[in-house]
Design a protein. Sequence first.
Length: 147
Amino acid sequence: MTTVRALEVADWSEWRRMRRALWPHDTAARHEVEMAAWLARPDAAVVVCGRELGGLCGFAEVSVRSYADGCASSPVAFLEGWYVDPDRRGSGVGRALVGAVEAWARERGLQELASDALLDNEAGQRAHERLGFIEVDRAVRYRKPLG
Ligand SMILES: CC(C)(COP(=O)(O)OP(=O)(O)OC[C@H]1O[C@@H](n2cnc3c(N)ncnc32)[C@H](O)[C@@H]1OP(=O)(O)O)[C@@H](O)C(=O)NCCC(=O)NCCS
């Protein structure tokens, strides 16, 4: 059975494990800092999916952004992170997580949920589309150190 609920304090290590799987280029220390900052935000939430025998199998992070490409309203909800463990993919966990994110956003009066996916993450793009997301743009992002 799929149990999607808000993140609890006891979920910390499982949330960190899944974050590291989704964003492996970030160090463990950076994840810890980001997680603490995330929980301190009044305009963000984490929903998780529990496993029957303990532990978690998925999470979604949502925040409120003042602007998102392609959206007509402002502010909007933004799906910042969306992950399901490989052994549980394709069984509705991802859909349930996004459903909980949508409910969170609607409770706040938000009218749109935005998201993004890397250009080479075609599976992630297909999953977004199956959940009703409409592609609005394709982009290459840059950074330039100013030090
Ligand atoms: C994207 C992800 C969260 C989806 O989770 P999931 O539990 O597999 O999703 P669900 O089983 O709820 O599927 C949701 C819908 O997407 C479709 N879908 C899921 N994976 C798909 C794939 N690889 N190809 C095509 N469609 C896919 C499902 O068929 C389903 O549609 P349906 O209900 O109409 O049949 C999961 O694959 C994942 O963690 N991927 C790695 C991380 C990632 O890419 N995250 C998204 C960043 S953009």
